[in-house]
Design a protein around this ligand. Sequence first.
Ligand code: AMP
Length: 256
Amino acid sequence: MLYSIKMRSAQGGAHECGGRHISGAERILPGEQLDYAVLTMLHRAREHERGCADFISLKVEEIKPQEIIYKPLLPFSTCQAANAAEGHRAAIDELVRAGVSFKAAARGLAMLNGLADSMRGAMVVDCVDGTRLDGMGERGVRASKMDCVNSRGYDEYLQQCGLTGDHVREALVLASKVAGAEGMVAELCWSDDPNYVTGYVASPLYGYRRIPVMKESGNGVGGRIFFVRPGTDLHKLIDYLEEQVVMIKPEGEQTC
Ligand code: AMP
């Protein structure tokens, strides 16, 4: 039996009572790995670089096999960027290559740069005119209920690519689910962890493009944008991102 485990944590009370978001995590795992995963999440919420959470919500739900759909793992590759300015230029180039207009890409970057503090989820933005579509304020839309089918094999693959740590592990799975959504053109992300300056642009066309530097070290504000085609059914999109259980399957030979 598989279980979905979700954690969200905040400081100064629950998110819905104005608490500041500290961290979140998602896994889908067999029952025997549940205890360890829950402990790891508790630890993460209480030892996070953004601060120690005083509100931690943990939700564990059984997943029925018939609820699961499978999507391929995005191919992984890295762009060059020696500083945040170069990283932002690389992100715009990648977004445009993936089908986002220059105007929408530039607006998206400005929206993330303009955040006073991190959101819990992502903004959904029109890939042509750059307007925000989700209307979900500081919460944004959270991609949820996803993991990789073969966790051990996936970890080995990441290690082969010289990639360690939770950030890229989780981001590549999340990006693979997001890229599988109807209407999705590209995703832009950089972390809210003050010491993790790496970000990425992911798209169904070009896969996961890691960008080594997207912000100055010490900056605890990060964010995510999902760029979608005009006319995308938002209700269906949000339902897929937040509710559909998706297991990510590495397909064929994986390269770094
Ligand atoms: P992280 O990469 O976990 O540091 O997250 C960077 C930013 O992405 C956060 O500040 C949120 O705005 C957003 N984010 C984090 N987790 C999710 C998620 N599951 N779904 C959508 N957006 C997320």
